[in-house]
Design a binder for this molecule. Structure first.
Ligand SMILES: Nc1ncnc2c1ncn2[C@@H]1O[C@H](COP(=O)(O)OP(=O)(O)O)[C@@H](O)[C@H]1O
Ligand SMILES: [Mg+2]
Length: 232
């Protein structure tokens, strides 16, 4: 590692707690990436970073162990049948949140939905493919063909629903545009259809997508969207 790079790396690591820092180094020694390049986003529950891997780059999503609204996280996960036995303990919830995003990404990929390829996770750290360098969000990058883009997203929602899941945080903020492909990101809230709140989440996802694409004068309605997603 060049000296300058080492210095920057050290500075960046000062922001992590010891536990996270240790696990970043473990992931490096396991060969998942070589080091951090810089932050992309500081979010409510997690921060995202670009990391270097040889000549390539990967994305790190690091869930914060401190300063996160873990009550909200618990409320979101407790009804997911896959996490029914989870105790309301801060760390357990944060780790489950990270694991759930990894599992959901794997599942979505299996279903043929365009998502970043999940690479690995360790406790509160998730490593995945970096889309673009990084790619812009749909909200900032109108698609060249709105109808086509809308249909791709609708098909993804349908595939997901058919497999028994609802994204639950779908909006133009969580879709990245790369080569005109809408990549759906931010999968930690994605829950099972059995979740008693899943119907509400689906409605909200549909509304967010509808409001975005309605601006392009496509002939769509909320009812039509719901029917298509739930249809055979
Ligand atoms: N795989 C990825 N490739 C490129 N950028 C990403 C990727 N995942 C996340 N990002 C960027 O990081 C931001 C935050 O990630 P996200 O998963 O949406 O977490 P949050 O819960 O903070 O919204 C995204 O809005 C996007 O700009
Ligand atoms: Mg997001």
């Amino acid at each position: 590692m060049p000296k300058r790079y080492k210095e920057e790396f050290k500075t960046m690591h000062n922001v992590f707690d010891q536990f996270t820092d240790r696990n970043i180094f473990k992931l490096i020694s396991e060969g998942h990436f070589d080091g951090l390049i810089g932050p992309i986003n500081l979010g409510k529950e997690s921060n995202t970073f670009v990391a270097k891997k040889g000549d390539e780059k990967v994305l790190l999503k690091i869930y914060r162990l401190q300063n996160c609204d873990f009550n909200r996280m618990y409320d979101y996960i407790k009804y997911d049948p896959r996490y029914q036995h989870l105790k309301k303990r801060r760390r357990e919830i944060i780790f489950a949140w990270c694991q759930r995003e990894f599992r959901n990404l794997l599942k979505a990929r299996e279903l043929g939905i365009a998502v970043p390829k999940p690479i690995t996770f360790k406790f509160n750290i998730l490593v995945m493919e970096l889309i673009g360098d990084p790619a812009p969000k749909l909200k900032d990058m109108p698609p060249s063909n709105p109808q086509e883009c809308y249909e791709k997203i609708l098909l993804s929602m349908k595939k997901l629903y058919k497999s028994g899941l609802v994204h639950s945080d779908l909006s133009p903020f969580n879709i990245l545009m790369e080569n005109d492909i809408p990549y759906i990101i931010d999968w930690s809230q994605c829950t099972s259809k059995e979740n008693p709140l899943a119907k509400e989440y689906l409605k909200r996802d549909i509304k967010n997508i509808y409001h975005y694409f309605n601006k392009f004068n496509l002939s769509i309605t909320l009812e039509q969207m719901e029917k298509k997603i739930k249809g055979k």
